[in-house]
Design a protein around this ligand. Structure first.
Ligand code: GLP
Length: 241
């Protein structure tokens, strides 16, 4: 793992955005794995800025998001489709037909999981997978557990995850109880992984992920088995590294 620690927020987001932009410059048809959550927001904003300056185009790119809540209307402000539209897709030249997010409202979720993996298989591998980390060490919505799923699957969200994400909703009650997420196997298939970690609240999770044992109790620790992972941490998140 290549761990880069930043003292300046500007350098953090510029480094993340440059990695994505240079991939697209060398391979305009790149397949991007995208994440939601607050961690990638600055990087997405920087990419929008670079796009507006004519420095990067997404017109031939394809994207796959990691996860989506189950049961939230797709146009709900907290759906991950709304998040991606607002933070990135609405401001760049990506073909909306090439942006994929699991459907959290599918009538048959099992079929949706299989269909998502099939699409990934047909379009993949993902060239660059962006990830955040939950304070419990989750990636995507792969929660700590005795066993982890390799494939896209439906997950019951842990209470601490629901509580962490409640800040985006009016109340804890409104936070969905389930999500659909790419599995660890799907995530690890990416050629390169860019893990973005910000804030002191993530210091323990990232230390466990990069220095602790590889264990399903810290799903992000499985990234240690991937040959090409870049981790960007800010001062808070990196204080114990
Ligand atoms: C969310 C998402 C993850 C994200 C993580 C951290 O629940 N499902 O993909 O990486 O939790 O979120 P944040 O960056 O807001 O701390």
């Amino acid at each position: 793992m290549n761990i880069l620690k930043f003292h300046s927020d500007e350098d953090f987001v510029q480094t993340g955005a440059n990695l994505i932009a240079s991939l697209l410059q060398s391979n305009p048809k790149a397949v991007l794995g995208l994440a939601t959550g607050s961690s990638p927001v600055g990087v997405y904003a920087k990419l929008v800025e670079m796009h507006q300056k004519g420095l990067v185009s997404f017109s031939k790119a394809t994207s796959f998001n990691l996860d989506e809540y189950i049961g939230l209307p797709v146009d709900h402000p907290q759906s991950y489709r709304s998040f991606m539209n607002e933070q990135l897709f609405n401001h760049i030249d990506i073909d909306s037909g090439q942006t994929h997010i699991p459907n959290g409202n599918a009538a048959d979720m099992e079929a949706e999981c299989l269909a998502y993996d099939k699409m990934l298989e047909e379009n993949g591998p993902v060239d660059l997978q962006i990830l955040g980390i939950g304070s419990n060490g989750h990636i995507g919505f792969n929660e700590p557990d005795a066993n982890l799923s390799s494939k896209t699957h439906v997950v019951d969200l842990l209470e601490d995850t629901r509580e962490a994400n409640a800040r985006f909703f009016d109340s804890l009650d409104e936070v969905p109880r389930q999500a659909i997420t790419m599995g660890i196997g799907g995530i690890l298939k990416a050629r390169q992984i860019l893990l973005l970690v910000r804030g002191a609240g993530k210091a323990e999770a990232i230390r466990n992920a990069v220095e602790g044992p590889i264990t399903t109790q810290c799903p992000a620790s499985l990234l240690q088995s991937h040959p090409n992972v870049i981790v960007l941490v800010d001062e808070g998140a990196g204080k114990w590294l």
